[in-house]
Design a protein around this ligand. Structure first.
Ligand code: WTA
Length: 631
């Protein structure tokens, strides 16, 4: 990499290899983004072509209207890389957590057969096109098989992160109306065996699920005896490909709807150009498939590109702090994609743990999920990338289906803490409250024609779709809920969410979701949850709950923590519960969460006279002050 001022540029060698070398691509694409995407889409496999590239009837829009395709045909028999060429190549490398268990490598051909067997099995159970099917699986090869099998027959997968609690699973299953759930008996996490089956059995209560398909980890799959041929279902571009739930401003998660045509096109091309996938690459995206990053970049994008994708069952630092680094070396990973929270954790362990690691094969590094600070960026660049690998800081969301902002590896430029340039053909804006271009920082928006992979709706909640994304600005401007600014060089810097979404170790949670869980405690009627900055995890949830009863406080605090774990999962565990007599409120009764955060951060509080109960503030300052002293 070459450094000029604050900016880094790719070395000549990397440039030569890269798919995109000429920056004219940006101006060309923006001249007519629809034409640009149509040209890219044409390279993929379609049963029949579309009649119209793009249609916009705000807030709704469609891409590739009338086109017919199937994403699994594009992964297998009609892969752009040539089926005969990739058939015997490794598609999937599964690394189990226990060191004494063997890695499993699955070729494209073997994976295809498994997918078709599983598809036939699902068909026999009566699963049809458009049916929603729940998947509650850990990181085992079967999660890939199950997702692709459902896509093969046109059913809609609804993956629920395996570390979510039974209650969280239930809410999602109820919303989708799924009749079938695919789950597993157990999996390993930090040396412990997690009984997923028990959680699943609990989670399907009070849902429409009639059939639970149980996969036994490491043993024969239920579909073993099925035929290994199943033709692909021809899907309309705008048919549902999958639903994935994500946290929004309120308690209830939103089911983001992604469709077959647009998602396929974006998943393929963003992977190819951003990660510069070449036939020999071994790509490791550390995200769990239960999140969007896992959907698109652990599974769909690398497989569409005909390369090997590595998935690892366990924690990145277990059983040894450099487990992740050992996996990179052992499996000759060429492209590594992870989250800043992981990078900060690696950094905390110190460079020493890396002295045994060579990283000889690495050529590209990626980051996703939250802003990466300058010092972690530099550590990642120097210690892992050995100053050779570009750092692709990729901005996107569950809603966008694929990456929308990231500089390209053959062009750059890269700048610590800046995510980069919008992908070719993507028009973004940074607007002030009035909708005018912001002078410095503002809200990040996406302008028409958006992106082929952008969500088409929130499942069964049109009103919320309208309200969340399309009502802040004049019709037809997609509101991302992120604040951002432009650098002088045209690079975008993401500043963080402007709503009540927090990122805890890269996991997207809504403070409203936690508040709902806390308020379900019989002795609590009012609370506020805020995200407090944390050096490793980015943010940690802190609970402030009003309690004036007589029970021992420690007991109630523990009950609250247990409730959050039960309703959402251990990832949402509050770091601390403050039981307080009162919370600062406006005269109309709204809790001022901002004040809580400012007290924590030691900021000047300004004018408190508009509060209904300014007296509440002093007591909070004391409680927070005492707690901080005890740390
Ligand atoms: C944040 C994850 C800064 C952002 C793919 C966004 C980022 C939210 C970045 C979506 C990045 C994602 N830099 N912030 N490179 N990537 N974000 O739905 O706030 O889990 O709105 O999707 O993560 O989180 P989600």
């Amino acid at each position: 990499m070459m450094k000029k001022g604050n900016l880094y540029y790719p070395a000549e060698e990397a440039k030569k290899k890269a798919w995109v070398k000429d920056k004219k691509i940006y101006s060309d694409a923006l001249k007519d983004p629809v034409k640009f995407w149509e040209k890219l889409a044409k390279e993929l496999f379609w049963f029949s072509p579309w009649k119209k590239g793009f249609e916009h009837k705000p807030p709704h829009f469609k891409w590739f209207l009338g086109g017919k395709t199937n994403i699994t045909s594009n992964i297998f028999e009609n892969n752009l890389a040539g089926w005969e060429k990739i058939k015997q190549k490794t598609a999937l490398i599964w690394v189990p957590e226990p060191n004494n268990e063997k890695t499993r490598k699955v070729t494209y051909d073997a994976l295809f057969k498994e997918v078709q067997k599983c598809a036939n099995y699902l068909k026999k159970l009566g699963v049809k096109k458009g049916d929603r099917v729940g998947i509650y699986l850990p990181i085992i090869p079967e999660i890939v098989v199950a997702m692709l099998a459902l896509a093969r027959i046109g059913a809609v997968h609804c993956v629920v992160f395996s570390a979510f609690s039974p209650d969280a699973l239930r809410i999602r299953l109820q919303d989708t109306g799924a009749k079938v759930l695919i789950t597993a008996d157990n999996y390993y996490r930090k040396g412990k065996i997690i009984d997923l089956e028990a959680q699943a059995r609990e989670g399907v209560k009070q849902t429409k699920v009639k059939k639970v398909i149980l996969i036994k980890r490491g043993r024969n799959n239920p579909w073993q005896k099925e035929k290994d041929f199943c033709p692909p279902r021809s899907m309309d571009s705008e048919d549902l490909q999958f639903i994935l739930y994500t946290s929004g401003s309120t308690g209830k998660p939103k089911g983001c709807m992604h469709v077959c045509g647009g998602y396929l096109v974006q998943a393929y091309w963003t992977g190819k150009w951003i990660f510069d996938f070449h036939p020999q690459d071994i790509f490791w995206c550390t995200s769990d498939p239960g999140w969007i990053t896992g959907h698109t970049y652990a599974i769909y994008s690398p497989l569409l590109n005909g390369i090997a994708t590595l998935i690892y069952e366990g924690a990145l630092d277990w059983p040894e702090p450099n487990k992740w680094a050992k996996i990179i070396d052992k499996h000759k990973v060429t492209i590594f994609y992870t989250a800043p929270t992981a990078i900060r954790m690696f950094k905390r362990y110190g460079g020493d743990v890396l002295s045994d690691n060579k990283f000889n094969y690495l050529r590209i590094l990626g980051s996703v999920g939250e802003p990466i600070d300058e010092s972690s960026w530099i550590w990642y660049f120097e210690k892992v990338g050995r100053k050779k690998c570009p750092i692709l800081d990729t901005w996107w969301q569950t809603e966008t289906g694929g990456i929308l902002i990231s500089s390209l590896p053959g062009l750059g430029p890269f700048r610590p803490a800046f995510t980069g340039l919008p992908f070719p053909g993507i028009k973004v804006g940074i607007l002030d409250e009035k909708g005018l271009p912001a002078l410095r920082e503002g809200n990040l928006v996406i302008l028409a024609p958006f992106a082929p992979g952008l969500l088409r709706g929130i499942y069964k909640d049109e009103e919320r779709y309208m309200k969340t994304y399309w009502s802040q600005y004049p019709k037809g401007t997609y509101f991302t809920s992120d604040a951002a600014l432009w650098g002088k060089d045209g690079l975008v810097r993401i500043l963080g969410r402007v709503d009540d979404v927090i990122k805890v170790a890269g996991h997207r949670l809504a403070t409203g979701e936690l508040e709902e869980a806390v308020n379900s405690h019989p002795d609590i009627t009012e609370c506020a949850v805020i995200g407090i900055p944390d050096e490793i995890k980015g943010e940690l949830p802190f609970v402030f709950a009003i309690y004036s009863g007589k029970r021992v406080k420690e007991e109630i605090e523990k009950e609250i923590i247990d409730l959050v774990r039960k309703k959402i999962g251990p990832i949402a565990s509050p770091q601390k519960v403050f039981l307080v007599g009162d919370l600062p409120k406006t005269r109309s009764g709204k809790i001022m969460r901002r004040i809580l955060k400012d007290i924590w951060l030691g900021k000047k509080l300004g004018d408190l006279s508009t509060l209904a109960n300014p007296g509440s503030v002093n007591k909070l300052e004391d409680a927070i002050g005492n707690f901080k002293k005890s740390l």
